[in-house]
Design a protein around this ligand. Structure first.
Ligand code: FES
Ligand SMILES: [Fe+2]
Length: 333
């Protein structure tokens, strides 16, 4: 995958304050800090002197100070102070800084040397005023496994039985699957009222819902009412951090209404906490099971109801847009 040419989120904007923040992207441990003008900076989290983690240091005047002997580094990786000696003029960076930026409530880093030409992938735009909050987590699974799990309706009757759907209360619906410029989308129409608890609490009649995946790792679910108004938008940025682990930054958005945002957040956070735990459990079982069968690798078997999984696999493996005719599938969800 051409992961190197893209922006990946590594932290929530509000998490990065006055102190350095450790994070990891594609097996590379990083330290994030804010330069004097407030813009985020990203350096490898290893002091070149004796390899102390810079994330355990302090930010001084917009530069990172190593906790061991106090060497200081600017956002571009140049060393600006070696306590105890006159610093020799040092124009060459001692650390390779990574391109970084801030957008959509997240701090982004590109593992490539140059700034990517493509902007950070944004959540679906909404016309209404929104109440939003974030949930973050880490799961032991791959990007593909997490994206497919998040966008697949057919596991919800079993993994989230009663919370999202019931196996005994399925309804016939039509789904359209179409390619996007940087991903793939499924539109589900005429879903009516859902059987699960979450829908009963937060939705009236559902008109249309969408599940979409966009490169390099945004999975979104959008529920709309019959008039096209937003009920719920969950945008989950999925980031492979390394060692088979995936970091999730999920932004939960609801249309601003009469219910106070803090109350919605309280209830939704609880509910999503349960759902996430259920998904994490099955995803980690899948990962562990794949390791048991490492010596007998096989390709996953797709069924007709796997609306997005095969496309997500192609997108992640190929790193570029897919070209296929929109197709319609009748399913019982
Ligand atoms: S290890 Fe960082 S200053 Fe010595
Ligand atoms: Fe799930």
């Amino acid at each position: 995958m051409t992961a190197s040419a893209r922006w990946w989120p590594v932290a929530l904007s509000h998490e990065l304050g006055k102190q350095p923040l450790a994070c990891q992207l594609h097996d590379l441990p990083l330290v994030l800090f804010r330069a004097e003008d407030g813009t985020p900076a990203a350096l490898p989290d290893r002091c070149p002197h004796r390899f102390a983690p810079l994330s355990a240091g302090k930010v001084r005047d917009g530069q990172i100070e190593c906790p061991y002997h106090g060497w200081r580094f600017a956002a571009d990786g140049r060393c600006t102070r070696v306590p105890g000696t006159e610093l020799e003029r040092c124009d060459k960076p001692l650390l390779d800084s990574l391109p970084s930026c801030e957008a959509h409530g997240l701090v982004w880093v590109s593992p490539a040397g140059d700034r990517p030409a493509i902007l950070p992938v944004a959540p679906a735009e909404q016309r209404q005023a929104l109440d939003t909050f974030w949930i973050t987590d880490e799961v032991e699974c791959s990007l593909l496994e997490a994206a497919e799990n998040f966008l697949d309706g057919f596991h919800t009757h079993f993994v989230h039985a009663g919370w999202i759907r019931h196996d005994r209360q399925r309804q016939a619906i039509s789904a359209r699957v179409r390619p996007l410029a940087d991903g793939v989308e499924a539109l589900y129409s005429e879903e009516g009222t859902q059987s699960g608890l979450i829908s009963r609490l937060f939705e009236g009649e559902r008109g249309i819902s969408m599940g979409r995946f966009r490169l390099p790792g945004l999975a979104e679910i959008e529920y709309r009412d019959r008039k096209g108004g937003l009920n719920l938008l969950v945008s989950a940025w999925l980031v492979p951090v390394g060692n088979g682990r995936l970091r999730l930054f999920a932004r939960i958005a609801t249309a601003r209404g009469w219910l106070p945002a803090a109350l919605k957040r309280l209830v939704l956070r609880r509910l999503f906490g349960v759902i996430l735990r259920q998904d994490r459990q099955i995803l980690e079982q899948v990962s562990a099971n794949q390791r048991r069968f490492e010596h007998l690798p096989v390709k996953p078997l797709d069924g007709r109801q796997d609306l997005l999984g095969p496309s997500i696999r192609l997108l992640i493996e190929g790193g570029e847009a897919l070209d296929f005719e929109e197709r319609r599938v009748e399913i019982r969800l």
